[in-house]
Design a protein around this ligand. Sequence first.
Ligand code: BGC
Length: 850
Amino acid sequence: MRDTIFYASKDEKITPQEIAHADLARKLAGECMVLLENDGVLPLKSRGEIALYGNGVRKTIQGGTGSGSVNTRSITNIEKGFEEAGFTVTNKAWLDANDEHYKKMQEAYQEWLEEEGKRRNVPPFLVSFDHPFSEPAPYTISKEEVAGCKAKIAVYVISRNSGEGKDREDREGDYLFYPEELDGIRNLIAGGKKLIVVLNIGGVMQLTELKKIIGINAIVLMNQLGNLGGNALVDLISGAVTPSGKLADTWAVEYKDYPSSATFSHNNGNVDEEYYQEGIYVGYRYFDSFGVTPLYPFGYGLSYTSFDIKPIKVEQKSEFIAVSVKVRNTGDYYTGKEVVQIYLSKPQGQMDMPYQELVAFQKTGELRPGEEESIDLEFPLELLAGYDTDSAAYLVEAGDYIVRVGADSASTQAAAVLTVKSRTMLKQCENMAFADEKQEEIKSVRKAVKEEALWKIQLDLSKITPITVSYTREHAQLVNTVKDQITMRDVLDGKYTIKEMVAQLSIREMAELCVGTERREEGSIVGSASYCVPGAAGDTSSVLKETRGVKNMILADGPAGLRLQRHFKTDKDGNILPGGEGFDGTYMPFKDVPEGAVDYYQYCTAIPIGWALAQSWNTQLVEEIGNMIGQEMEQFHVDLWLAPAMNIHRNPLCGRNFEYYSEDPFLTGKMAAAMTRGVQKHPGKGTTIKHFAANNQEDNRYGTNAHVGERALREIYLKGFEIAVRESKPMSIMTSYNLLNATHTANSYDLIQKMARDEWGFKGVVMTDWYTSVDMPMLTGKYASKYPISSSAGCIYAGNDIQMPGCKKNVDDIIDAVEKGTEQGGYTITLADLQFCTENILRIVAETMK
Ligand code: BGC
């Protein structure tokens, strides 16, 4: 008889909490969609007949694939969404035919997967990582079909899926439209239908060809919205919700307009070395500074109503610039929300500056026609600084800074000119030793132009005390001075400190604690690990459970909700039976269920994907959703949520962009901070911001080496993490798979200790991404790694406290490295280093046990 406690419910019935959570997710989803085009067809004037075309109508994508997908009770697809709202769908025959066609493609793929799995000698789902099911071209929409379709209004849903292990491609059916999709749309228009195109996608596509078609009445970027996506879309289409989402990325006319396009991932045939030659010029920073006009600018989005944003005052308030604005709904009929966006243009001094950078934003409340809201925004003076690599310092250049106010990055008005008399140093750092010295980066040739503004302010920077960062050079060794065997209870009761407990631990105990597990019991599979919470990604070691009462923390993915197994069964003795959904979401039936078996249920809420959340620009609502996730963590006994994911959308083809927020580090950081504040309102529950850092490519994800210059690292790729750490104190950070300037991020002292802990004050625990330090050729798939895997000693050296999930070799390696002083992958460690990591883990475990 097992003594495992399962926290899941034995009752399958839907609870009031589950309903309330779904409602909240639906409300948030309503704010995540972006209305790209509308000639007045939306909102629809009545709920009559409607024709629905495209793969996404029935196979509506809730979120991407891999660890970022969330298993939920049910999904409301778009067809169901329309029907539940009272519409009559008139083209069921076409939808059935498309289903058949889709099914055949899926079956053919499944067969190929099995074959390929056998050929590679790995389970088929591992093959699916580098060869995911690709969206098939939809069933054709003939002229006869259109002529026979009764409804006057048609909705065409384009869907695209992506996920871990594979970058998207600049080809038809992925970044580009299938000719069948465009033909179908043309035929519907030619047949006299009013046409709304809906994009149920997880990353930017090339919309240029779509925009060339005359007669499309509206384009809605639905995004991927969780389990009630179909309802949320119809809320917007029917006018129950006024669109208020704004783009979190720049949408280019052509893929090649993105500065990293020529060399990104597989594009140049080299997936081992990735050179970030665009430096800080990512997203709108590039488009604006190099005069490349996008199809849709960053921050853009239409509403059913119109707004006027009027700057009322700009002033310096101590260490901040305060901007007051008035927003008025100038429309006659619809209520709605607007997003006020503030950008800053810095002077071209010795540092090359982008045309503008987002420094503050806020969404209004729901405004009725004619209603006005006053909004007070502020941004800290430190945002005036750029990082000067030559002096290793954050500096504010002398010159004029223009504060721009508006509703998107392309239509702002200069509200104030802030003048800085002389170059001022704000923070003295050290350059990260590993940052590429020879990184060649593009430079903008932009000349600063004099601009008129309402307010001219002479800035006083004397209010800021310059900081010199003090870096940790080594850790002090702890020596035991206590006779009692210290337990976690003693620590929680304040009898002894964590340091005192650590000083009593043996090297083996500490090594084991620093290596997490993935309980692969019978019937469980990779990724569905932690035994008492099936479907959780893993847990920390229980080596000190019996001796000192240190619990093992349970870790479960995100970021689009809590990723657990929905339904599992145990035999009467508490042993989990094989079956339920596997890692890839496919459901395996329970076979040979013994008598007395018990059913358990873990229904979690799927929220909009990270990219969609960013499009809401609503930090309050994201915080509320974080709070909701914290509640589900309490319910299912998960300690750390492996989310939010916050890598930068460097290039639109990154396979995991759907999980990440934006091309902009400020928006990214604010979203992650809001989410963390929400989750961590629940004592003992924490977020794990990931993947630290520069995890912007999925092809060869375990072995790719990102070459990024110091300034681009700090101002673009680390900035969001810095904001999240400083503003919301996440309990945990997960390092990335990729190498950064030839060092595994998991082994990087500069990144983990000097940057996160010393510069930003991070006090939590750091863990690796899954198997970073485990040699598993089966996982790297078709990519033979050019670099050796991350070293266990390297993790301890860097202060990467937990190797997730590790193996016996990791434990042995740590013990050897401490006891015998052996060098591993160029790293040697001391007892003090191991004690330091142990202390970090125990401090967070203590938080989860309070
Ligand atoms: C992903 C992480 C995830 C982990 C655990 C890895 O493959 O990169 O984002 O948290 O698996 O499932």
